[in-house]
Design a protein. Structure first.
Length: 293
């Protein structure tokens, strides 16, 4: 194994709210309204030069991941290489720290990180519009992950609107160790739609942001709980078994849920509290990715 030249973080994505506005009849895609933020924890990709393209997977959640043509990193590498007219090459090691099928964008963040890292490894860059074309083909959440900063998402995940300026936040991520299928959740949800939410341009503190988020929801929660009832327990546990929780909600299509707090320090104490009651759950305290502010 070559010594890696550099690494690239693939941060966890959190949907602070997720409204389904409508369903497009032409292709069945849902039109979304969601505030995406990125945590300061995530998967990590290491890159080293090599003649052929290889992917090694390690980390806490490596066991159920396959290295084949359906792997998001492999797909990203081949699509990028084709666009750059290069043979795909390099030794990539993925340290899989995030749960799988968990609603925090692990696979899509990995694909975005691969696009960034492989351009650096190969010494070639694509124009931004071409890079985002590849991201959109890889999956609806890859483009926001490539952007990597708070963003309001519209359309099918392909329309970006400026996010409000966010305060310092503490966040805990809680996964009760059950995977859920996004496809199943979208298929099973009732056809109830929400309006887009209008946020303020800036929030001075976590409490004011949480107050507006309380007026929103995650429209996939009911369907996710139907498939995995333990998600309801996770949301309730965050709000009732941790101190100073401002908001508890499911992220994305689940099963990861989150709690918001005034600061990363308070979130750290909340995570420790919750681990006492649920030692077998995946529970992490985090803040916003450092360059998100």
């Amino acid at each position: 194994m070559m010594k890696p030249l550099f690494s690239q973080i693939a941060p966890a994505k959190i949907n602070l709210h997720l409204h389904i506005l409508s369903k497009r009849h032409s292709d069945g895609y849902h039109i979304l309204d969601s505030l995406f933020v990125f945590a300061d924890i995530g998967d990590e990709l290491f890159f080293a030069p090599a003649k052929d393209l290889t992917l090694n997977i390690t980390g806490d959640f490596a066991a159920n991941l396959l290295v084949d043509e359906n792997n998001s990193i492999i797909k990203a590498a081949h699509m990028l290489a084709k666009e750059l007219n290069l043979p795909p090459s390099g030794e990539i090691t993925l340290v899989k720290n995030l749960p799988i099928a968990a609603g925090i964008g692990g696979g899509t963040a990995d694909a975005a990180a691969a696009l960034i890292g492989l351009q650096k490894l190969w010494g070639k860059t694509l124009p931004e519009d071409k890079l985002y074309e590849i991201a959109a083909k890889l999956g609806s959440d890859v483009s926001p992950s490539l952007y990597g900063r708070p963003v309001l998402i519209g359309g099918t995940g392909d329309i970006f609107h400026p996010a409000p300026k966010l305060p310092n936040l503490g966040i805990i991520l809680v996964n009760p160790m059950v995977p859920v299928s996004s496809g199943e959740i979208f298929r099973s949800r009732k056809a109830v739609f929400s309006d887009a939410f209008t946020f303020l341009p800036e929030y001075k503190d976590a409490a004011s942001l949480a107050a507006d988020l309380q007026k929103c929801r995650n429209d996939l929660t009911e369907a996710a709980i139907t498939l995995q009832p333990i998600i309801a327990e996770a949301i309730e546990a965050i709000s009732t078994k941790t101190s100073n929780c401002l908001l508890s909600r499911m992220s994305g299509s689940g099963s990861t849920c989150f709690g918001l707090y005034d600061s990363p320090e308070i979130a750290g104490k909340a995570a420790a509290e919750l681990k006492k009651s649920y030692p077998d759950w995946w529970i992490k305290a985090t803040g916003l990715k450092s360059d998100n502010q």
